[in-house]
Structure formats: C-alpha cells, structure tokens
Design a protein around this ligand. Structure first.
Ligand code: AMP
Length: 331
C-alpha cells in the first residue's frame, strides 16, 4: 500500500476548483492508499493571519474536507501544527538546503514580485517545510498540481541529499501521484483560466455559498456580445461557461446550449440561469453537510485528536530514526 501525503493551506472556504482538482481525487485515493491529508497551518503563517482568522480558517477546511467525503477512519486527517515533529525535520533539512537553490524557486521569485514588502524567511524555506511534510511519513506519492511540480522536485532533492550525506537509504523518493484523466482545471467566472480564491470574489463559487449568492455570481459571469459567427473562436468567458456546464449540467442541457450557440440563437442569460441551478443542485448537499459539521465541535475535536494521534505515531518514528542517523544519541 502506497503512502500518500497531501496538504491544503487554510486560507478560507474551498471552491469548486479545489473540489474537482483535489478533494474528489483525495476521496478516491483514501480507498487504495495509506493517505495523510493535512491542513497546512504552519505554511499559512507566511501571510501573518490573526489568531482568530488562523483558527477559523483551519476549522473551515477541516469541516469542508469532511463534508467532501474525507473519512477520518480511512485516511489520517490532521492539522500540520499538531505535529511538532514536522517542525523539527524542517529545521534539520534546512541545514542542508542552500539559499541559492531556494532563491531560484519559481514560487519564491513570484512572491518577491507580488509582495516585496513581506519576503520573509518562511517564504524562502517554504520548499523545505513542504519536503518535511512529505518525508516525515516517508511518503511514496504526492498528488500535486502543475504549479507544485517544482516543489516536489525539491523534496526529492532534499530526501536524496539526506540519504547521500549520511550514506543511508532511508527516505524514499516521492513521485507525483498520477491522476491520469482525472486532473481537471475548473475555470473562473471572470474569464480566467483557473478558478482561484485570489481572484475577484465573484470569480469563484465556494462549496458553502448560498443559492442566492451562486445565482448572483453566475449571472455576473463574463461573456461576450453573442456569436456573430459560430465558427469564430469563442471568447474565454464563453468557453468557461460551456466548460462549467460540462461538469454540472446534464449532457442534454449542454447539447441544447451548444446547438443554440451554433444556430446563433443562444441567450447567455438563459444559459447562466440554467448553469446556476445545476451548480446549486450539486453544492446543496455539500453545503448542508458543511453547516451540520460546523456546529458539531465535539465531533471536530474528536477527528482532530484522532488524526494527530495517528500522524504523530508515524512522524515520531521517523524523527527517532533520523536523530539516530544524524548522530543525536541519548547519554
Ligand atoms: P489552492 O487553494 O489554490 O492552494 O489549491 C488547493 C488545491 O486545489 C490544489 O491541489 C490545486 O491543484 C487545486 N485547485 C485549486 N484551484 C483549482 C482549479 N481552478 N481547478 C482545479 N484544481 C484546483
């Protein structure tokens, strides 16, 4: 059975992109692998959340993970900061991580560009913390999106370097979990290629959005003035609407709007109304679960402590062995 590790930063509610791009696959993965799914709250400190926001965001992700079907009995579902062993491994890996290689990381360069006022050491060493998260469980596989492939490559570098420095064959080399055809990208309502919470707030639909909010957002989705000639390339906004419809509406509905696009009779308003109702149909059961779970503090506490206990058993074993390899020996 493969050991799989993946985390999500607690930066707010999960949107449809997170669901189709990550959670849906996590739910499948937990059936066939030994999965560790964690809420990356140490990582989120690079953006300096207030204590109240930090806790609230962790709770939101925990609740939404559970609502989406992650099963705390099958997978190990935990909060990153419940595992101080990760912080210790991060410290140890940093001793053999070179500033030059960290500075060359694309995501770090991107942060320097977008937030020059907050280039902290946590951002620079993000890849070593991510490596620690993965190899603390000696994982074999990591489900990563395209944007995270470089981090996984660095994880392999740090794992291999540890093995080389200490002449051991201790850490496996983690590889990307192959999703095959399942890797999907949900587009934004604002004409962007990828739904993302950092875009304007109307671009993303969150699992917890009410039907009224969903209707409002979908009705505001970017389109164009209509198909002057159905053979001309479609604007990105219209491509996105059809793409969303392919996920949420029935094939008949999709065909109906494709046909009316081709015949030049399409009314985007009608298409959006239909899409909004189909999305609501999809998210409503999830939203109900989210509301129920959010009110059940006793259950959440039980899930978090059960996850922490299972994750710590694995992490403590790794740290014990790593300390011994490095040469920390008790007197
Ligand atoms: P983020 O919150 O952007 O860090 O994303 C968390 C996870 O959701 C990552 O594994 C992403 O690959 C996935 N994800 C985020 N946005 C989308 C999207 N629009 N389509 C598909 N997957 C996404």
């Amino acid at each position: 059975m493969d050991i799989v590790v993946s985390g999500i930063r607690p930066t707010g509610n999960l949107h449809l992109g997170n669901y189709f791009g990550a959670l849906k696959s996590f739910v499948k993965m937990q059936e066939e692998n030994h999965c560790y799914f964690f809420i990356a709250d140490y990582h989120s400190l690079t953006t300096h959340p207030t204590p109240a926001d930090l806790h609230g965001n962790v709770k939101t992700v925990l609740v939404e993970f559970l609502a989406c079907g992650l099963d705390p009995e099958k997978a190990t579902l935990y909060i990153q900061s419940d595992l101080p062993e990760t912080a210790e491994l991060y410290l140890l890996l940093n001793m053999n991580a070179y500033v030059g290689e960290l500075e060359r990381c694309t995501s770090f360069k991107e942060k320097i560009r977008t937030q020059p006022q907050n280039v902290n050491a946590g951002l620079l060493t993000y890849p070593t913390l991510m490596a620690a998260d993965i190899i603390i469980h000696r994982a074999h596989k990591v489900p990563v999106g395209k944007d995270q492939e470089q981090h996984l490559e660095m994880t392999r570098t740090f794992a291999n370097r540890f093995n080389r420095v200490y002449s051991v064959d201790y850490f496996p080399e983690p590889v990307a979990y192959n999703f095959g055809e399942n890797l999907v990208k949900i587009p934004g309502l604002d004409g962007s290629l990828k739904m993302s919470k950092s875009d304007n707030e109307n671009s993303s639909i969150f699992l917890a959005d009410t039907p009224e909010v969903i209707r409002k957002k979908v009705m505001k989705a970017v389109t164009d003035s209509g198909p002057a000639n159905p053979n001309n390339p479609r604007s990105q906004g219209v491509v996105n609407l059809f793409s969303l419809m392919s996920y949420f509406s029935s094939p008949d509905t999709l065909k109906h709007f494709e046909d009316s696009y081709q015949s030049g009779t399409i009314r985007y308003g009608d298409m959006k109304k239909q899409l909004a109702e189909d999305i609501i149909l999809f998210t409503s059961p999830l939203r109900e679960k989210i509301m129920m779970l959010a009110a059940d503090e006793v259950y959440l506490k039980k899930v978090a402590s059960m996850g922490a206990e299972k994750a710590r058993a694995s992490a403590a074993k790794t740290i014990r062995e790593v300390r011994e390899i490095i040469g920390f020996k008790p007197f």
